[in-house]
Design a protein around this ligand. Structure first.
Ligand code: WTA
Length: 642
């Protein structure tokens, strides 16, 4: 197969942390042959420990523990140790709000902020082992709150600010959280997103929550519930400046992050302390090649796993200067990001294919207005990047000079598992290239047989890795079944992929009922259960439809209960309904009303056929299990009339 290959330029290679393919292969081989020694050495040299571990890992399939008996603290590694090493005056974050306000936070500042925040949490009665929800805009206090929780061993769960009160409530209840940390609101496209209102709405049915800490951002009017809600700026005036980091077990739960699965109920993915931090740190260094003098910017939201591993924990532990931006990429104009790159002289930039495609559509005049010469490395995450978007990113943003690291990973994997090392790996647009050291992926069929070169199959991982999820919160059986039970003894990613003749991985997309819209995971089941809660809806089936910008869009097939319906108004109403139940980012693009849904004789909705209808307008696959072929013919012809 002929495809363009981009070899790293000699200048980049000579300065890189991992220079040349021989260096990559040597690391890979060490990790494969002796994982204990490989990860043990890295843990010793790359992280601070209060107490050394007795075993590097203990694998009782499907449960793993890393650095057994070791004691450390994630916040201490991300903040204190850099101050102690003399880096206190280095900028930890350049922050910019959407309206244009700015803050520069050094590692010294960050240490002071985190200790204050931790003392406020203690003063509110929180303690090690409690759970706290963080529901915040992209302001420095979001990262500070995460670090303050990590400092005390309070397990945090960040809920993306785009989720609705309903979704927030479900997460608070599942986690039995003792506290919610939020803000009055945040700015998005010039409008206030009123977060505290959503918290108030959610808390009606959340008896475990004893306290709500509210950071002031927009200064809008708020109602504060006496005895429950406190303003952060008032509470911090009454607490001390210092707060030691708690010595925590390497397996202490650091955070739970909810992600969409194949059922209506989101899964709480649990990550722990030592192994997670080590792999987040190492992949930040290997893949983003960061070093002193770099300014690193990941445009993700802190509410997604990318924000956890590659805005907060990985980069801070690696001691790199970062950028955080609060708002939308098009406010006030479509060059906001490039203005920020030029202002802070960003050298490493990490974003998603959906953002790149949206930027392409706006035209090259926007990046052309700004000096992007500080950039030296670009990254992509969230979905397969189509070669055309890759080429644009490389040419228009990277000026044919910057390597692009296409990073494959998941909420569950905690850290990047497949990606190039930019000073070593020749790049092929659209491929995540090769596995990171310590990661043994394969492509197999459902019987466990490996597939040959260029054959499509299921992407699996053969051995446990340090930043792997430990379980699904409160549901170890679902964890065992979903990730280790599909094919006995291997981690099932839920992605289809192939490996080419050079061993490069090409991820093709999900094989389950999970959609990927703008790089956000959405479950078809979650949207279906939201729809059928509506009084007019009888049944619903949701599928992802290919979309030029967002990768997939949400297309809903709905049957209605008896009665007179104004379908136009109802369509609008249902889109709004889903936005209210889950969050505005899950708002369906299309609602199609139909008399019936295609079903098997046993009554299962055949989403595969609906997917084919929205993709190719016809149905070519196996329809022998379909109960009534007429349904499909009617749906397909309805499509042609659109
Ligand atoms: C997809 C985001 C192709 C994949 C970090 C995976 C990708 C899901 C890539 C996880 C990539 C992520 N190339 N596909 N570089 N990165 N994916 O949990 O389907 O939000 O299973 O984690 O996104 O999404 P999640």
């Amino acid at each position: 197969m002929s495809q363009p290959v981009y070899t790293p330029n000699p200048d980049f290679v000579s300065k890189a942390r991992v220079s040349g393919m021989d260096a990559y292969r040597a690391l890979y081989k060490q990790a494969e042959e002796n994982p204990e020694q490989f990860w043990g050495n890295l843990a010793e040299t790359e992280l601070h420990w209060f107490q050394r571990w007795s075993h590097v890992f203990e694998w009782n399939p499907p449960f793993v523990k890393w650095f057994v008996g070791g004691k450390t603290n994630v916040c201490y590694n991300c903040v204190d140790r850099h101050v102690l090493a003399g880096k206190g005056d280095q900028v930890a974050f350049h922050w910019e709000g959407e309206p244009g306000d700015k803050r520069t936070i050094t590692f010294n500042d960050l240490l002071a902020l985190v200790q204050k925040f931790a003392n406020v949490l203690l003063a509110q009665g929180l303690k090690t082992g409690d759970r706290a929800i963080i529901y915040m805009p992209m302001i420095p206090e979001a990262a500070v709150a995460m670090l303050a929780c990590a400092r005390l061993g309070i397990t945090h769960s960040v809920v993306f600010g785009g989720f609705s009160a309903e979704a927030l409530k479900a997460r608070i209840q599942d986690l039995e959280a003792a506290a919610v940390i939020t803000a009055d609101g945040g700015w998005r496209r010039g409008k206030e997103v009123r977060l505290k209102d959503a918290v108030d709405e959610a808390l009606g049915e959340c008896p475990t929550v004893k306290t709500v800490v509210v950071v002031q951002r927009t200064k809008s009017a708020q109602t504060m519930a006496a005895g429950r809600d406190v303003w952060y700026h008032e509470a911090e005036a009454n607490v001390g400046d210092t707060c030691p980091a708690v010595e925590l077990d390497a397996e202490h739960p650091l955070y739970v992050l909810y992600t969409s699965g194949t059922t209506g109920k989101p899964k709480g993915i649990l990550h722990t302390t030592g192994g997670y931090l080590l792999q987040a740190t190492m992949t930040t260094k290997w893949v983003f090649d960061v070093r002193d003098g770099d300014v690193y910017w990941c445009s993700a939201d802190i509410g997604w796993v990318t924000g956890h591993s590659y805005i907060v924990y990985g980069p801070l532990s690696a001691g790199v200067t970062g950028v955080i931006y609060e708002g939308a990429p098009d406010t006030p104009g479509w060059d906001r990001w490039w203005e920020i790159v030029a202002r802070y002289k960003v050298s490493v930039f990490y974003t998603s294919p959906t953002a790149i495609r949206a930027l392409i559509r706006q035209g090259d005049q926007w990046p052309a207005k700004h000096d992007l010469s500080s950039l030296r490395l670009l990254g992509s995450v969230g979905e397969p990047i189509n070669p055309a978007a890759w080429e644009w990113y490389h040419r228009v943003i990277g000026k044919d000079r910057c390597p692009i690291v296409d990073t494959w990973w998941q909420t569950e994997t905690g850290a990047i598992l497949i990606a190039p090392m930019p000073g070593a790996t020749p790049l092929k647009p659209g491929s995540g290239t090769l596995p990171m050291p310590g990661v043994i992926p394969d492509i197999i069929d459902l019987d466990g047989n490996p597939k040959g070169p260029n054959q499509e199959g299921y992407l699996i991982i053969r051995r446990p890795w340090p930043s792997m999820l430990r379980t699904i919160w409160g549901d170890p059986d679902r964890y065992a079944e979903q990730y280790w039970g599909k094919v006995q003894g291997v981690y099932f990613t839920g992605d289809a992929a192939r490996r080419d003749e050079d061993g490069y991985f090409w991820v093709l997309g999900r094989v389950d009922d999970v959609m990927n819209v703008s790089g956000h995971r959405l479950s078809t089941m979650e949207i279906e259960s939201a729809l059928v809660k509506h009084p007019a809806v009888a049944e619903a089936a949701v599928v992802g439809k290919p979309h030029e910008i967002t990768g997939q869009s949400v297309c809903c097939f709905v049957t209605l209960k008896r009665g007179d319906h104004d379908v136009e108004a109802l369509g609008k109403d249902l889109r709004q309904w889903v936005a209210h139940e889950i969050g505005p980012f899950a708002r369906p693009d299309e609602i199609r009303f139909t008399e019936a849904l295609p079903k098997t004789r046993s009554g299962k909705i055949m989403r595969r056929l609906l997917r084919e209808i929205v993709t190719s307008h016809t149905v070519s696959g196996d329809v022998t299990t379909l109960e009534d072929m007429g349904v499909i013919n009617r749906l397909a012809s309805q499509q042609d009339e659109d």
